[in-house]
Design a protein around this ligand. Sequence first.
Ligand code: SF4
Ligand code: SF4
Length: 407
Amino acid sequence: MNDQNKMAAGLTRREFIKVGTAGATGIALTGMGALKVSAAENSGQLPRRRYGRTGLEISALVGASDWSPDVIPLAVKAGVNYWHKAHRWTAETMPEAIKSQPRESYHLEVVVDRVGGDHMKGHIDEEQHYQFVKHAVARSGVGYYDVFKFHFGYHSIDEAKNNLGIINAFDRLKKEGLVKHLAISQHHYNNIGGDMAYDIVTYLIEHSPFEAAQFFYTYGDKQQLTDVLAFAKKNDFGTIAMKTMGGVGRAATDKRMQTMLAEPRFKGSTPGAAMVKWLMSNSNLTAAVIATKNFDQLQENVAAARQSTVGSHDRHALDLLAAFNKGTTCLLCADCVTHCSEHIAIADILRYERYALDYHDLSRARTEYKTLTKNGTACIACGDCMPACQADINIVAKLKEVHNLLG
Ligand code: SF4
Ligand code: SF4
């Protein structure tokens, strides 16, 4: 990224190093003029969009509690005002850069998981969800969470219709002033005979008190996802795209890709920046959550989000990424999963591969891989899933490869 883009994001590398040395608390306490975080300074930085029926105006890039503590103050300064999985912060660990702001100027999310197992095997339990959030509010000292999010979502439309445990827990907490809005993070469940995320979200938009949803969405994704975004917007339903950067981390360490990206036709664009611009150019989408580990990533994403227009050089970068990904990087569409008689969660396995190869977080990838009931070794190499893969992945070989990496 050039210096102009860095300045556009409001912070130079030298300032970043200074902040990194001072730490998160340093920002609030040292009173460094240019670095002092205030709501006023944030205006005019990252664009903000209405998060559907919640009525919240949230930053087009949302933050997450697992971001590096060094990056968070800079993200606040750049205008990030919505924090995914914020319940992981206690009163002691919540970044000073956030909690020093007026409470109404930032939005915190509590994420509620199934109990008695993971997102596949666990169940919905109104009382336990209620107690979980109550304790999280008390532990965090934040007073309330702006958004109560059902993590990983319903297994099927049928479950969404008939199991009201999540909605009841939310209603009780809302009456007590501990949460304000209801959202969902929806995955596909076709490996266990459930429904696809876009079908479940479409149902929720029309038939439920949910106000917003987060789901997988990336360049080259299926038309159904684009249609859901348009439908959501029409119905004032908020949307956050996740897992958008498939292959970007791999491309960044691939010498051939980097040599090609230096060609004049790309004009300095990168697959990551182009992806952010492409996401932001869709006015039906509220925001995106993108794993951000360091200063350069944050700066690149913020500068791209502020531009939001996809130029021909960005299109070239996206097309180059698509070609690079063909046959290697899973789009997480889960189309293949329906065809697997062994009920292997292929898309989940390849999501864990993404943690290792794109986020460079091998430890998280291995931890998640260990939780699988059936891992890559359950594949009987029948090949039934492969014709369904629009990314042309040799799934049999890929599952072996991932098992060697993560097993
Ligand atoms: S090749 Fe493996 S993953 Fe694909 S359908 Fe057959 S058993 Fe399932
Ligand atoms: S392997 Fe192919 S079909 Fe299966 S989830 Fe990935 S991209 Fe979709």
